[in-house]
Write a protein that binds this ligand. Structure first.
Ligand code: NAD
Length: 290
C-alpha cells in the first residue's frame, strides 16, 4: 500500500519503519526529525500525501493536526483515508474528520497506547473512531504497527476512549502512590503492601503491572530511577484533554480534575518534568499533611 507518514518523532519514526519493513511504500514528512530507515523523504506534507491510499499523522497536538490537515487534505486522492494517531482533543479530531469528508475523503482518529516501546515492537493498541469502511482499509496497517485495534464508534470515539482510560490511569496512579507513602509512615513493609493490595480490592494496573515502588512487583520505571516510561508531562497533557472534554460535555469529573492539578504542580513547580508519571511516589514520600 502507498502510505504517507507525517510526524516522525519518538512514536512516528518506529511506526513508519515497521510499515516500511512490512513491505509498504512509505513517504514521510517532518519539520525537524530525520527519516527512519525505509522511509522516503518528501519536501512537504502535501507532497507526501499525493497519491497515498492512507495518510497517517503522528503529531504533538490538535492545533498542529489542524494545520497539517489544511495542507494534506487538498492534496489527497479521492477515497483516500486520513488516519490521525496523535493524542488530540476530541473537537479537533471531529473537525478534521468533517473537513476530510467534505473533500470526498474518509478519516479515522486512532490514538494509541503502548508508548515508544510498543511503537518499536509493533505492539501498540489502537482506539479508533470513524466509519466501518475506513477502519477496514487501515486495519492491515494497524495489524503491522500494533497487536490490537478496537473500533470504538464514530469520529472522536477513539480520542474519547483514550482520554477516559488515561484519566482512570492518572487517578489510580496517584491513589496508589499516596497509599504507599501512607503505608511507609504506618511502618508497613512495601513488599507486604504489594502482596496484599495487588490481590485485593485495591488492585489496579497501576500497582499490579506498573508498581511505583522500586524493587517491588514487576519491573517498572521505578526500578530504573523513574526514567520514563510514560513521562509525567504526557500524563498531564492527557489529563488536560480529559478535563477539556469534560467541560465541553458538561460531565462532573472531580477526581480527574484533582489529578490534573496534582500533575500540573508536579511537572511545572516540583521538578517532575522528564520523570515517569509514577514518580508521584517519591513526591508523596517527602510531603507532610497540610
Ligand atoms: P514527538 O514530539 O517526539 O514527535 C512529534 C513530531 O511531529 C516531531 O518530530 C515534530 O518535528 C513533528 N512535527 C511537529 N509539527 C509538525 C508539522 N507541522 N509537520 C510535520 N511534522 C511536524 O512526540 P511523540 O512522543 O512521537 O508523540 C506523538 C503523539 O503521540 C502525541 O500526540 C502524543 O501525545 C502521542 N503519544 C505519545 C506516547 C509516548 O509515549 N511518547 C504514547 C502515546 C501517545
Amino acid at each position: 500500500m502507498q502510505i504517507a507518514f507525517i510526524g516522525l518523532g519518538n512514536m512516528g519514526a518506529p511506526m513508519a519503519a515497521n510499515l516500511a519493513r512490512a513491505g509498504h511504500t512509505v513517504t514521510g514528512f517532518d519539520t525537524a526529525a530525520p527519516m527512519p530507515e525505509g522511509v522516503t523523504k518528501a519536501a512537504t506534507a502535501a507532497e507526501a500525501a499525493k497519491g497515498a491510499a492512507v495518510v497517517i499523522t503522528m503529531l504533538p497536538n490538535g492545533a498542529i493536526l489542524r494545520a497539517v490537515a489544511d495542507q494534506v487534505i487538498p492534496a489527497m486522492a479521492a477515497g483516500a483515508v486520513l488516519c490521525d494517531c496523535s493524542t488530540v482533543d476530541v473537537d479537533s479530531a471531529r473537525a478534521v474528520a468533517d473537513q476530510a469528508r467534505a473533500a470526498g475523503l474518509d478519516a479515522l482518529d486512532a490514538p494509541v497506547s503502548g508508548g515508544v516501546g510498543g511503537a518499536t515492537a509493533g505492539t501498540l493498541t489502537f482506539m479508533v473512531g470513524g466509519t466501518d469502511a475506513a477502519f477496514a482499509t487501515v486495519k492491515p496497517l494497524f495489524d503491522v504497527m500494533g497487536q490490537k485495534a478496537v473500533h470504538c464508534g464514530a469520529s472522536g470515539a477513539g480520542q474519547s476512549a483514550k482520554i477516559c482510560n488515561n484519566m482512570i490511569l492518572g487517578v489510580t496512579m496517584i491513589a496508589t502512590c499516596e497509599a504507599f507513602a501512607l503505608a511507609d509512615k504506618l511502618g508497613l513493609d512495601r513488599q507486604k503492601m504489594f502482596d496484599v493490595v495487588s490481590t485485593s480490592s485495591g488492585a489496579s494496573w497501576s500497582i499490579n503491572a506498573y508498581c511505583p515502588a522500586p524493587g517491588v512487583g514487576p519491573k517498572s520505571p521505578a526500578d530504573n530511577g523513574y526514567k520514563p516510561g510514560f513521562a509525567a508531562e504526557l500524563m498531564l497533557k492527557d489529563l488536560r484533554l480529559s478535563q477539556q472534554a469534560a467541560t465541553a460535555a458538561d460531565a462532573d469529573t472531580p477526581m480527574g480534575a484533582l489529578a490534573e492539578r496534582l500533575y500540573e504542580t508536579f511537572v511545572e513547580a516540583e521538578g517532575g518534568r522528564g520523570s515517569d508519571f509514577s514518580a508521584m511516589l517519591p513526591r508523596f514520600e517527602t510531603r507532610h499533611r497540610t
